[in-house]
Design a protein around this ligand. Sequence first.
Ligand code: UD1
Length: 407
Amino acid sequence: MIIEEVSNAVHTPTAELSKLSAQLILNPIVDDQYVLVVGGLGFIGSHTVWELLKERRNVIIVDNLSNSYKDVFDRLQTLVSRYYKGAPSSPHLEFYEADYRETPVMKSILGRYDCPNTLKSTITSVIHFSAHKAVEESIRQPLKYYSNNVAGLIDFCTLLDQFSIKTLVFSSSATVYGSFAEAGGCLSEELVTHNTTQLTDVSSTVHITLSGCTGLTSPYSRTKWMSEAILADIAASDPDWTVYALRFFNPIGCDPSGLLMENPREIPRNLMPRVIRTMQGQIDELSVFGDDWDTPDGTAVRDFVHVSDLARGHVAAIVAETGTERKSGFHVVNLGTGTGSSVMEVVETMRRISGKVIRTKVVERREGDVGVCIADPSKAAQIIGWTPLRSLEDSCRDICRYLDTHA
Ligand code: UD1
């Protein structure tokens, strides 16, 4: 187990300093409260940690580095010291190299944050990113996925329960919509639920949704659906639990600082990392999986959401969880923009912004794909006050800035 901690930076610029000081008075750093982020050095994890730190939350990262690198932690430290330069204080950032499934190790980490006077933990909430996410790999190695994503979640929640840590933000995915995505409309949370849901629409028609889902296309999808169902059951059994399952659509982009980026150890199969590799000449031509979908240009349409917006969605859920309006129970929230872009629109936007050649060739549809997958984002605005701020252009611009600085 490796433990590292950032010492708080205290330095200058005056305008930034007065802005920060004002923010600190309004929202002071609470020394003895932490957010635990498991899987906090990965693509979405690291961006979420950074958004939490900007919001003056103390953060503990646990990551086994299976799909990330230790230098991401160094970059987060750099970002903290730059951002809080000159401020009277800055949030704590701590890192444990550990696997969230190693119960004895996790037990000793959690034990360090117990508050002896109150018998409560100083960890007020947890964000969970420690799941495997490669769809094709999950088909070849289903047990790896069920073991880490599902059995791991059960053991982890059992441990959290023992430490009375009962607020959790869970990374779910639009993949849980299964065959509902084939219909092509915007996907709203009520389509896939974990108990019977009754809704009355504007014309007073009552709709009843039974729990469950059909048409899940991979073991990966099933682990996400099963995890949600388990968490819904835990929250239903004990009113002290609050769980937000955030259903991600397609995260792209990177922090505008040029210090954080998607940098997995595994070979990426997703669209944007492959667009980047083609742009950099590592791949000759980008394979476009089908141009015969029922979409304006025939290529598949997705809801691409800037990763910093997605990260802000986690902060919004944490604020909702720990604020005065705390809503206990299980909540499912889409994190998407509500707008779709096609594969070719992504390629063309990247060509325009980078000025680079990106060669493409149309190949057969990829097994398990759907033509259109777009979020209905209205519930996120209502229950956690989240709306995305950045566009596809912003994502491409931020990626190009990162690539330029690291050329
Ligand atoms: C998939 C998962 C999603 C998961 C995400 C991240 C499903 C249905 N979706 O999303 O749950 O969170 O991966 O792992 O399981 N494409 C190309 N060429 C490429 C790569 C992709 O044309 O080289 C196309 C795909 O066919 C698809 C679109 O780009 O139409 C987006 O693909 P991708 O980035 O892999 O994400 P999803 O499949 O939407």
